[in-house]
Design a protein around this ligand. Structure first.
Ligand code: PEP
Ligand code: MG
Length: 890
């Protein structure tokens, strides 16, 4: 018989942390905690295989499941000495979902299950605490009503608020047992009115209702959206955890809380968390009451005037602090814990690897390696290379003038500016139109996930550092300020009041998620430096990586940034990009529009000194590091004059009539410019262009070497070649020019001629091309475009649907299509090496900065990747991770 149910607790524990796929993260870790002797209330996990069975069999359960559940309950009864559905000595249960990966959007929790009119009376008798018993019951009805029976939870909240108003109370805890009994009456009436049926009284019915609600929620639209955004397959399924209740709401020696073994925002090695006295589970995350700090240090720092747990409950605190270090040593990672204190005794309800900011992840990984808890390689592997991007995101320019509107909690770092929007849908809509938005909400919930994803920043009025907004924003790398109590939202009017300011949707604000400040308008930002843990980890990465890292850069600013971020050369300098400036584009247009060689030579003579200066500056900045300069590759449509003014300007510069200029422009117009007269085709048909560029390169190299700079390492690259002959013809021009310049100046310059490999044909004939090219640089932008037959410029219009339909699960222009484009690259590498074993191999398409593609580059044995300057640190780390992965044979 298949095993569907796994018990945990003091008596018998059948799972462990390695069984995450079967038991879900929560279930596996509850089992693990109980097997290492931590105080875990006994319970059981219904496995993810039941979820799969349920969906494969028209939402029916395996036939033996009911008996298995009964048996597991009887084990809990034996261990706790309580009995389910027995008014005299009642066992109450919690029911929670638990997928392999943490999954907001699913049914989360039902507490106090097993209560009915008889049991609540028995509970009041056996505990001698009527208030507690009826408080538990009303919470149960509310949670069960909301998540299982799908009654609008606002109705329960309104009833509770009305009762408090009527009694003149502010806090829930002021309500007496009699008040709560009356409230339960109202809650039961709400349920009956909304669902047309009485609230279930049989505890077994309640249990199966809750279990089915968990499995049912696996396929609700929020969970589906979350899975899509996070690439979680639907086949994984969720587990259900059923556990005996412990109570944090039995009086002032009871509490409930959440904690992180290190600070999840900064990574600092301090115990960090929040708790509420006399409260139950969800009160902390829901942000209903303001939680207190765990430690005294944290309280003093945050200015909270309520005593910390360390001060108020020193003994339990000491126990919790022991659990903290035990769990960190055991899991070798920062843990996110949930606990409850019942009558002064600590119980652990959950542990999992805690979500953290990119900054915290770095600091923790480096410090844990320095503490000897993990190895340096483990530290390197722990960081999501893409997340480093967040650290390279701007912080506010301290010098800039700014108007502070209010402050909240610094929930997720990074500065962001954008237009205020009040709903998730609106955020998504505006972001899709390319606008930056800040999502402003009272608090967020899983329904807002798509809007949070679309926003650059999130601001909430309610909730603490562990609220939904804070946790999700940190995970997504959005800047977030939460719990800003001076934010008031009037959704009817579309108005938001932030401190003294009255703002409308569309008004600009700026968040500093690192300080919790909210400013009016758009505040200028500055880029961070690589220091501290970042610097250390990157140095470790450099020690293990094999791939070289270069940058795509053509402006002096880009080249400097690239070097600051550790680039080891320039892998692509797009010379056509050097002519976008207003004062240069005319000369460039004049050259393109020239009708004969003479006219072109006149224009080229104007371009030569500009190019020479550009190249000299790049050579100076790169100080002897290799610089790959690509010959002109202008998709003509980007350069042709369009407006009358532009035409007039070119005509004047070239000394021709506007009519002639217009006729020439019409003649040059192409139907498919991306497949037209671009790349080396230009150099082949107009060799004087290639000669001018080669001359500019050699003269610039001479200049810099004469200034006493490092010898220049020039790599001249032919774009878009499909044949060896094209490379040969370009190389001949370059070689001839090198000889002339050497003769004129008496100085020789070291250079190589190589080619981009960016067409399927060039991969297939790479052996021939290699006889003419000393290096290959895979241009995977054009290679993807031409291999897939998808225009780079138009792909955005349908690729999202392609991703959803699982055709290209990730955008092939971002992450290399390994099966198709990757196969072409492999052929190119093999054939290139066959002809020229020492051929230098690199990549300079956008994929050069994408970790998954970098992993592929390591696998096929390229020598370097080249990416945009800000991706250089990401690439350094990703290259190290790829080297470690391949070495370990994973
Ligand atoms: C490429 O095609 O991958 C490449 C780097 O060239 P460009 O993007 O300039 O066409
Ligand atoms: Mg290209």
């Amino acid at each position: 018989m298949k095993k569907w149910v796994y018990s945990f607790g003091d008596g018998i524990t059948e799972g462990n942390a390695g069984m995450r796929d079967l038991l879900g993260g929560k279930g596996a870790n509850l089992a693990e905690m109980s097997s290492i002797g931590l105080p875990v209330p006994p319970g059981f996990t219904i496995s993810t295989e039941v979820c799969t069975y349920y969906y494969d069999n028209e939402r029916k359960y395996p036939s033996s499941l009911e008996d298995d559940v009964r048996l597991a309950i009887s084990r809990i009864e034996k261990e706790t000495g309580l009995s389910f559905a027995d008014p005299e000595n009642p066992l109450l249960l919690s029911v929670r979902s638990g997928a392999r990966a943490s999954m907001p959007g699913m049914m989360d929790t039902v507490l106090n299950l097993g209560l009915n009119p008889d049991v609540v009376a028995g509970l009041a008798r056996s505990t001698g605490d009527k208030r507690f018993a009826w408080d538990s019951y009303r919470r149960f009805i509310q949670m069960f009503g909301d998540v299982v029976l799908e009654v609008d939870h606002g109705l329960f909240e309104d009833a509770l608020e009305n009762m408090k108003d009527a009694r003149g109370f502010i806090d829930d805890v002021d309500l007496s047992g009699d008040d709560l009994e009356e409230l339960v009456g109202e809650y039961l009436a709400i349920v009956e009115q909304e669902t047309g049926a009485a609230f279930p009284t049989d505890p077994m019915d309640q249990l199966w209702g809750a279990i089915s609600a968990v499995f049912g929620s696996w396929m609700n639209s929020r969970a589906i959206t979350y899975r899509r955004l996070n690439n979680i397959p639907a086949e994984w399924g969720t587990a259900v955890n059923v556990q005996s209740m412990v109570f944090g709401n039995m009086g002032d020696d009871c509490a409930t809380g959440v904690a992180f073994t290190r600070n999840p925002s900064t990574g600092e090695n301090v115990f960090y968390g929040e708790f509420l006295v006399n409260a139950q589970g969800e009160d902390v995350v829901a942000g209903i009451r303001t939680p207190r700090n765990l430690t005294k240090a944290e309280r003093l720092e945050s200015g909270n005037d309520q005593l910390s747990m360390e001060e108020q409950m020193p003994e339990v605190y000491t126990h919790l602090a022991e659990v903290r270090s035990l769990l960190e040593t055991h899991y070798k990672d920062m843990q996110d814990l949930e606990f409850t204190i019942q009558k002064g005794k600590l119980y652990m309800l959950q542990t999992r690897s805690g979500k953290r900011t990119a900054q915290a992840a770095l600091r923790m990984a480096v410090e844990m390696a320095e503490e000897g808890l993990i190895s340096r390689e483990e530290a390197i592997m722990r960081i999501d290379a893409n997340s480093l991007d967040q650290l390279l995101h701007p912080t506010l320019d301290q010098e800039a003038e700014k108007t502070l509107l209010t402050r909240g909690l610094p929930a997720s770092p990074g500065a962001s500016s954008g237009e205020v929007v009040l709903t998730a849908d609106r955020a998504e809509e505006l972001a899709a139109a390319g606008r930056n938005v800040i999502l402003v909400r009272l608090e967020t919930s899983p329904e807002d996930i798509h809007g949070m994803h679309a926003a650059t920043g999130i601001l909430t009025a309610r909730g603490g550092m562990t609220s939904h907004a804070a946790v999700v924003a940190r995970g997504m790398g959005r800047s977030c300020v939460c719990g800003a109590s001076e934010v008031r939202i009037d959704s009817n009017e579309g108005t938001v009041y932030i401190g003294p300011a009255e703002l409308k949707e569309g008004d600009l604000i700026t968040l500093d998620g690192g300080t919790g400040e909210v400013f009016q308008g758009e505040v200028p930002t500055i880029m961070p430096e690589l220091s501290g843990a970042f610097g250390t980890l990157i140095t470790w990465a450099d020690e293990v990586r094999r791939l070289g890292i270069r940058a795509n850069a053509e402006t002096p600013m880009d080249a400097r940034t690239a070097r600051e971020f550790g680039a080891e050369g320039i892998g692509l300098s797009r010379t056509e990009h050097m002519f976008f400036d207003a004062d240069r584009i005319v000369a460039m247009r004049e050259m393109i529009m020239a009708t004969d060689t003479e006219g072109r030579k006149i224009a080229l003579a104007k371009l030569l000194p500009m190019q020479r200066d550009d190249f000299a500056e790049l050579f100076r900045i790169m100080a002897g590091l290799p610089v790959t300069i690509r010959l002109l590759d202008p998709p003509l449509h980007e350069f042709l004059p369009h407006s009358n003014d532009e035409l007039e300007e070119v005509a004047k510069a070239a000394g021709v009539s506007i009519r002639m200029a217009r006729e020439r422009a019409i003649k040059l117009n192409e139907t498919n410019p991306m497949l037209g007269h671009r790349g080396c085709r230009l150099a082949i048909t107009y060799p004087e262009i290639c000669a001018m560029q080669a001359r500019a390169i050699f003269e610039a190299a001479n200049l810099v070497q004469k200034e006493g700079g490092q010898p220049v390492m020039a790599e001249i690259m032919v774009p878009l070649a499909a044949t060896a002959r094209e490379v040969e013809l370009c190389r001949q021009i370059i070689d001839r020019t090198a000889q002339s310049v050497e003769k004129e100046t008496g100085v020789s310059v070291e250079y190589m001629v190589g080619t981009m490999i960016e067409l399927p044909r060039s991969c297939l004939v790479a052996d021939e091309i290699a006889s003419e090219a000393a290096f290959f640089s895979f241009g995977t932008n054009d290679l993807t475009q031409t291999a897939l037959g998808i225009s780079r410029d138009d792909a955005g219009q349908f690729l999202r649907e392609y991703a959803e339909a699982d055709i290209y699960p990730t955008d092939p222009f971002i992450s290399i299509d390994k099966e198709g484009v990757g196969a072409l690259v492999r052929i190119g590498v093999e054939k290139g090496k066959a002809t020229r074993p020492d051929i230098k191999l690199g990549i300079c398409g956008e994929h050069g900065g994408d970790p998954a593609s970098i992993d592929f580059c390591e696998e096929v044995g390229l020598d370097y990747v080249s990416c945009s300057p800000y991706r250089v640190p990401v690439a350094r780390l990703a290259a190290a991770q790829a080297a470690i992965r391949i070495k370990s044979g994973a």
